[in-house]
Design a protein around this ligand. Structure first.
Ligand SMILES: Cc1cc2nc3c(=O)[nH]c(=O)nc-3n(C[C@H](O)[C@H](O)[C@H](O)COP(=O)(O)OP(=O)(O)OC[C@H]3O[C@@H](n4cnc5c(N)ncnc54)[C@H](O)[C@@H]3O)c2cc1C
Length: 239
């Protein structure tokens, strides 16, 4: 039995085909919002070429008493094991890892560009900023096909209502023109950013999601004159 283990306490759907898992927090586990954890299946009933380990951004924030991650429940050996997880199932863990964390200088706004499940590190950073009453302005753009695919949509809308520094801008790329939806439509582009954050000066951009999304967003920002040093990104391989 590996010596560093934690338990799955519970799980819930947070969008179509997308589940969040609450985990016990190991004693002394300290992390910064935006960091990741490596989770390993212990004696899985089956394995595929990708093996038993996956990296997940933590959705929880450090002040919360449990850990949480969220993932698209695709039909892979790892995800089948998660789907069939009984309460108290143990996972081996390693971490935290990563330097995808919020900048300290509050005079620079944070612009988060999330593609689908790429919302996970931004959940943690936003919760942290709210909890600690950070003065940073946060503009969180979140692109999904449809509202039902959009993880944590209601939670993020509540964050925005309760916190004047948090601006949540969900956009849907696959809506029928006749569909009811009061938010943005289409991919995140420079016009959308300029329209939603017109007075913003010297922002730091944070990009997370599938590699194709991250590449497209980097290219879009650079084509519109964003300084490369102001762009930070995290790619989720396998999507
Ligand atoms: C820094 C970092 C942070 C991450 N954070 C998160 C996170 O918060 N949440 C999260 O879910 N993931 C996160 N990931 C990615 C995660 O580690 C897995 O790679 C991802 O969840 C895919 O795992 P999987 O078991 O579904 O697919 P894998 O078994 O890893 O996929 C194997 C291959 O199968 C293909 N494939 C499998 N299913 C499908 C499908 N339905 N459609 C098309 N192709 C398919 C993929 O092309 C892929 O190449 C992160 C990765 C990194 C590096």
């Amino acid at each position: 039995m590996p010596n560093k283990t934690l338990k799955i306490l519970s799980s819930e759907d947070v969008a179509r085909g997308t589940r969040a898992f609450h985990l016990s927090k190991p004693d002394g586990f300290n992390y910064e919002p935006g960091q990741t954890i490596d989770l390993t299946l212990i004696n899985p009933p089956e394995m595929d070429a990708e093996g038993p380990v996956r990296t997940f951004s933590l959705v929880s924030a450090p002040h919360e008493p449990y850990l949480m991650f969220a993932t698209r429940m695709r039909d892979t050996a790892f995800k089948r094991a998660l789907k069939n997880a009984k309460p108290d199932m143990e996972l081996a863990w390693d971490g935290p890892y990563g330097s995808f964390i919020l900048h300290r200088n509050p005079s620079k706004p944070a612009v988060f560009l999330a593609g689908g499940i790429g919302i996970t590190p931004f959940m943690s950073m936003t919760k942290y900023a709210i909890h600690h009453k950070l003065p940073h302005e946060i503009y969180l753009f979140h692109s999904n096909h449809l509202p039902e695919d959009s993880p944590f949509l209601n939670t993020l809308q509540e964050f925005e209502k309760q916190n004047p520094n948090v601006h949540y801008i969900p956009t849907m790329t696959d809506l029928e023109p006749s569909a009811q939806w009061s938010g943005e439509r289409g991919i995140i582009d420079w016009n959308m950013i300029a329209q939603k954050a017109p007075t913003m000066k010297s922002p730091i951009y944070y990009l997370a999601g599938p590699p194709g999304f991250v590449t497209a967003m980097r290219d879009m920002l650079k084509a519109n004159g964003a300084d490369e040093d102001s762009i930070r990104f995290e790619e989720f391989p396998g999507y």
